[in-house]
Design a protein around this ligand. Structure first.
Ligand code: NAD
Length: 508
């Protein structure tokens, strides 16, 4: 079902547009100040549900990256931040959590306008955003080294210190602008690092607003710098000799550039990349849960989620019934203006993304797949100007088709039957990626065997995409390395120093 904006939502937005969108160009945050780019250049960010310009944003070039990295370095080595105790960093994180909670309506509205996520979804991210900040606030005072018994001759004692890695370059994609920015900022503040964050050019606004809240929370100047711009700015940042660590989330292709760029000064790197995750439904599953579960494992955020369960493997005895039920469910989803609280699927983020996804729809059909639902861009009525694609499930898919192998990043499921558990584990692993996976079954043995057999960073049993600040998330294989969330995430931002202390002989 396709909807347009309700009168209620229209009124709400007209009466309370976010104050942040005041028509002025949005500036870079460098060294605690909002500044234009050195070149004076700006770029436009668009509302993907209308195709209209939302704001002008400063475009960072190499000189701006130099300035931001220098500010982060100064803040790390000389600024008051370097003297902050764990308790002080915790207090900053807790204040930031309170501010994010207080301003969440504005933040989620900005995200909905800038990247098209339905307001029902972006506003539901409040709990996670705030919880992430409070969780890392807790870890700020709970991080420590060890004393280690060694076997070296003599009276010699050893212990480890945990030290912040230094200046972090954080580079993000557009599919969850606010949440991804919080996920990068929180461990930096918890560990005592400093950072330069480059949000994605398609949706840079909520990270900039978050930067303002960082200042309000008492994050000292230079600790969190935010530079908006394109891939060249990201490239300059990831090659910069003043950066100690890169935390990148984005495509595998750009992740490979990042890893190469890191080699110049041996930066620490964590890379959270793309996926083509298998979602496996056994015949004994609770189908009333599995049908919406399998659908929303892909259609959430219009398929623009790295761990989307896009390869749907269904045990042969229930395959035909199951895919028909997923198609029927897809047809009930409300695709429409993301400001409408009833909307379940908004537009894709950009015309480029629309072109990419419709290209895959065409290639699926050309290779012989059959669209049981969707299969095309929505071109009718109020949605015609936006980048809307109907939720699609393809049947008659084979493992070798492009739609079964490549990350589409749109609302497209490729469904395939399977017969045995060994076969589905092998086919599930037959991909360069290894990010997420789902298993739907009542048989605990099957659930365990599949969970162990799949080479992926997360496996969800009878659920999909559950996330929590305490549970690590990340990839195997070409989905990247490093973990975000959990205590593992803190380690990505810490150095371990071994200290040896030999007791001098007693004075006679
Ligand atoms: P992208 O890789 O095109 O861009 C990501 C960021 O990298 C942007 O800020 C971009 O400006 C920057 N960039 C581009 N070229 C660069 C270069 N040469 N050097 C440094 N930075 C550069 O990704 P995208 O299209 O914005 O996002 C979609 C991708 O992100 C998908 O592949 C998706 O799976 C992935 N993703 C992964 C996770 C995860 O946790 N694993 C989460 C969200 C998204």
């Amino acid at each position: 079902m396709h909807t347009s904006l309700t009168e209620e939502a229209r009124v709400q937005y007209r009466v309370h547009p976010p104050a942040f969108l005041d028509g002025k160009a949005k500036l870079l945050l460098i060294d605690g100040k909002l500044v234009p780019s050195v070149s004076g250049k700006t770029f436009k960010t668009y509302n993907p549900s209308t195709g209209k310009v939302l704001a002008e944003v400063a475009e960072a070039g190499r000189e701006d990256i130099d300035r931001a990295v220098a500010a982060a370095r100064r803040a790390f080595e000389e600024g008051p931040w370097s003297r902050f105790k764990p308790f002080d960093r915790q207090a900053v994180l807790l204040r930031l959590a309170d501010l994010v909670e207080k301003h969440f309506d504005e933040l989620c509205l900005i995200d909905t306008l800038d990247m098209g996520g339905p307001i029902a979804r972006t506003s539901a991210a409040r709990r996670r955003g705030v919880a992430l900040l409070r969780y890392y606030a807790g870890l700020a005072t709970a991080t420590h080294g060890h004393t280690i018994d060694n076997s070296v001759d003599g009276d010699i004692f050893s212990y480890t210190l945990k030290e912040p890695v230094g200046v972090v370059a954080a580079i993000n994609p557009w599919n969850g602008p606010l949440g991804l920015a919080i996920w990068k900022i929180a461990p930096v503040l918890a560990t005592g690092c400093t950072m330069v964050l480059k949000p994605a050019e398609q949706a840079p606004l909520s990270p900039l607003r978050l930067g303002e809240l960082c200042l309000e929370a008492g994050v000292p100047a230079g600790v969190v710098n935010i530079v908006t711009g394109f891939g060249e700015a990201g490239a300059a940042l990831s090659a910069h000799p003043g950066v100690d660590k890169i935390a990148f989330t984005g495509s595998t292709e750009v992740g490979q550039h990042i890893v190469r760029a890191s080699a110049g000064n041996m930066k620490r790197v964590s890379v959270e990349l793309g996926g083509k995750s298998p979602n496996i439904v056994f015949a004994d599953a609770d189908l009333d849960q599995a049908v919406p579960g399998a659908a929303m494992a892909v259609f959430n955020n219009s398929g623009q989620i790295c761990s989307a369960g896009t390869r749907l493997f269904v045990q042969r005895s229930i395959h035909d019934e199951f895919v028909q039920r997923v198609a029927a469910f897809a047809k009930t989803l409300r695709v429409g203006d993301p400001l409408d609280p009833q909307t379940q699927l908004g537009p894709l983020v950009s015309d480029t993304q629309l072109e990419r996804v419709t290209g895959y729809l065409a290639s699926g059909k050309a290779e012989g797949a059959q669209a049981l639902s969707g299969g095309q861009r929505i071109t009718e009525g109020a949605l015609a100007d936006g980048y809307f694609v109907a939720p699609t499930i393809f049947a008659n898919v084979t493992d070798s088709m492009a739609i079964a192998r490549e990350e589409i990043f749109g609302p497209v499921i490729s469904a395939m039957p399977f017969d045995s558990i060994e076969e589905v584990i092998r086919r599930g692993n037959d991909t360069p990626y290894g990010l997420g996976a789902g298993v739907w079954t009542r048989d605990i043995g099957n659930a365990q065997r599949v969970s162990r057999g799949l080479r992926t960073g997360s496996v969800w049993v009878n659920c999909y995409q559950a996330m929590d600040p305490a549970v690590p998330f990340g990839g195997y294989k070409m989905s990247g390395y490093g973990r975000e969330s959990g205590t593992e995430h803190m380690e990505e931002y810490l150095q371990t120093k071994a200290v040896w202390v030999k007791n001098p002989p007693e004075k006679r």
